[in-house]
Design a protein around this ligand. Structure first.
Ligand code: PLP
Length: 393
């Protein structure tokens, strides 16, 4: 049921009941005034932070901070390769997956090699391709807010790069490995020279039994690159480590843009420790799903359409321009994401710790009680990479 008709049915009292039900499940009441440090649910970070082992590795690496870390990138390549069942020459690390994505866009697009991407999706490739003068073909997500893979393949002829975010940021939707494999085949038929970039920034959060990464496809097909990051489940967004997995001949042109020596020895040591701590990753996955289910249930009970998510965020239709909703949350001490056109009535909410979400949910329910303004706001500005405040998360 749409939110508006739900509210008409239950009235604002109904929403209050939902808020009370939520309180009965252990959440704190909405703060009377905004706390000085807002609860940050805006950038898909991991509020739990790095694990103890990663932090210990950083502390230990401080002792060798006076030395250039010549061997660090090599060590990381081997560790990532082992963890993913590929040879070490199939891995290329970078300072965050953003740097890796930028390198791939620079190597694969240009004025006569378009980027095909979804809308809405993670916009870094879009912004970077535009900055390089490449045409950008944006294929809208479907009515379930899933990537329209067929539509994207249909537009691939003449493209240099096709960007597939899986799970998709900001909608949280997931395609299985078979769907990605069919898509890669279809793109191969229509655009044999195009590269398919599968961004798996949130892959480690996926809990579906049997779900597989596109790494196996990238191992065999030189037209496919998988990108991952340590910023999400490993809680290391500030340490800036990401990597690409692809065949060596596919990675070679990227090495012109990615210099392994730029990686900090502290970050590499933390990444090595995090990767070996598989128990912690499993624990983080479980904590995320519990907090996500708590949040999604409360918002559904309040009549919102909540898109099923396989990541550390949820997308929710709040039935009004999301900028009004975001401002109402901000006044109450909770930061949510910027708008993602064209889904202007949808809020993307990052999942924090359970106590973050227990404090944030009453704020959401309270913000939903504000009458939806009828004022039309101007369209949000397009994303411009590296402009001030233009963090694309
Ligand atoms: N890819 C996706 C889908 C993201 O959502 C993000 C950040 O939120 C990134 C890549 C960039 O992450 P980082 O540069 O921290 O690795």
């Amino acid at each position: 049921m749409e939110r508006r008709s739900f509210i008409r049915l239950v009235g604002l009292n109904g929403l209050a009941v939902a808020a009370t039900a939520c309180a009965a499940r252990g959440s704190r009441p909405a703060p009377a005034s905004a706390p000085s440090t807002p609860i940050r649910l805006s950038s898909n970070e991991n509020a739990h932070g790095p694990g103890e082992r990663a932090l210990a590795a950083v502390r230990e690496a401080l002792g060798s901070a006076n030395r250039y870390a010549f061997g660090a990138a090599g060590e990381l390549r081997h560790a990532v390769a082992d963890a993913n069942g590929v040879p070490a020459d199939h891995v290329l690390p970078g300072c965050g997956s953003s740097q890796v994505l930028e390198a791939i866009v620079a190597a694969s697009t240009g004025p006569d090699r378009a980027l095909v991407t979804a809308v809405p999706t993670f916009e870094l490739a879009t912004g970077q391709a535009r900055a390089l003068g490449a045409p950008v073909i944006e294929v809208p997500v479907d009515s379930s807010l899933r990537l329209d893979l067929e539509g994207m393949a249909a537009r691939a002829a003449g493209a240099g790069l096709i960007y597939v975010c899986n799970p998709n940021n900001p909608t949280g939707t997931l395609h299985d490995a078979a769907a990605i494999a069919r898509f890669v085949d279809e793109v191969g038929r229509r655009a044999p020279d195009a590269t398919v970039l599968v961004d798996e920034a949130y892959h480690e959060y996926v809990e579906r039994p049997g779900h597989e990464s596109a790494v196996a496809i990238a191992r065999d097909n030189p037209r496919v690159i998988v990108v991952r990051t340590f910023s999400k489940i490993y809680g290391m967004a500030g340490l800036r480590v990401g990597y690409a997995i692809a065949r060596p001949e596919t990675l070679r042109p990227l090495s012109a843009y990615l210099d392994g020596l730029s990686l900090s020895v502290l970050s590499v040591n933390a990444a090595l420790a995090a990767l070996s701590d598989t128990e912690r990753a499993a624990e983080q996955r479980a904590l995320n799903s519990a907090a996500r289910a708590f949040t999604a249930d409360a918002l559904r009970s309040a009549g919102c359409r909540v898109i099923e998510s396989d990541a550390n965020f949820v997308m929710v239709d709040v039935g009004r321009d999301v900028r009004f909703f975001a401002a109402a949350c901000r006044r109450r001490g909770v930061e949510i994401a910027r708008p993602f056109p064209p889904l202007l009535t949808h809020a993307r909410i990052t999942i924090g710790t359970m106590s973050d979400m227990q404090a944030a949910v009453p704020v959401f329910l309270d913000a939903l009680k504000e009458p939806a303004p009828t004022t039309r706001l101007p369209a949000p500005p397009p994303y411009v990479p590296r402009s001030e405040g233009a963090w694309a998360c």
